[in-house]
Design a protein around this ligand. Sequence first.
Ligand code: SAM
Length: 221
Amino acid sequence: MFSLTLSGFGIAGILIKSLEQLQCCPDESRSMHNKRTYKESQSMPSFSERLMSVNLDVILRKLRNKGVLPKPSAEKLLDRIPKILVSEIVSKPTIRVVGTYSYVDGYLPWCDILALLSVLVDRSPRTILEVGTFNGYTTRLMALNLPDAEIHTIDLPEDFKDTDAGLQKDDFHLIAGRRVGSEYRADPSIKCIQQHFGDTAEYVFPVAEFCFIDGSHTYSR
Ligand SMILES: C[S@@+](CC[C@H](N)C(=O)[O-])C[C@H]1O[C@@H](n2cnc3c(N)ncnc32)[C@H](O)[C@@H]1O
């Protein structure tokens, strides 16, 4: 398997080289929209570099899964997610917050709630899926800001026990102390939330335009 992967990589390398020659050579006869300017070709990774990095990623992942290479830590995996400012992706949304907030272990920090609501109000998705309801504090605020949306939220069954089969769970202290959805259930104005119960390692999710993943903080590759 190891040598197959490597020889596959060699063939891919040759293919990529030929493809790159086709893509990047400065040929005046090609149409304008296919050409990259000199400045672009200096700043952008080449076609082969992009393809190579995809292939390398697949190979490295296989080697890690086989135990040949060590797996990257959770911090390293998180570092791969690009960091952007909320202001880069939304204009000036007006968000609604009704009630008080005090941080409870398991809740989203206030700044994260504001960032999430800003994006939601700006994009106004018709369907939302939240993974990890917990007490439903964030779920309620999402519903308050998008009352016409269909909001699906999922958490483990209320009688879930540590001993249940499936993925290793890192959230045991939260699982034990949660009152699933109690925050939004206590607000009679909230009508657009559908609560689901299941283990997201196995559950078939409802399709949604916007997904907020905040459950099962177990990193596995
Ligand atoms: C950090 S809390 C969610 C907080 C909530 N989104 C909020 O903003 O207030 C994580 C939740 O994920 C749930 N959870 C953990 N593993 C899960 C799994 N495999 N499937 C579904 N829910 C899970 C836990 O029971 C817990 O309620």
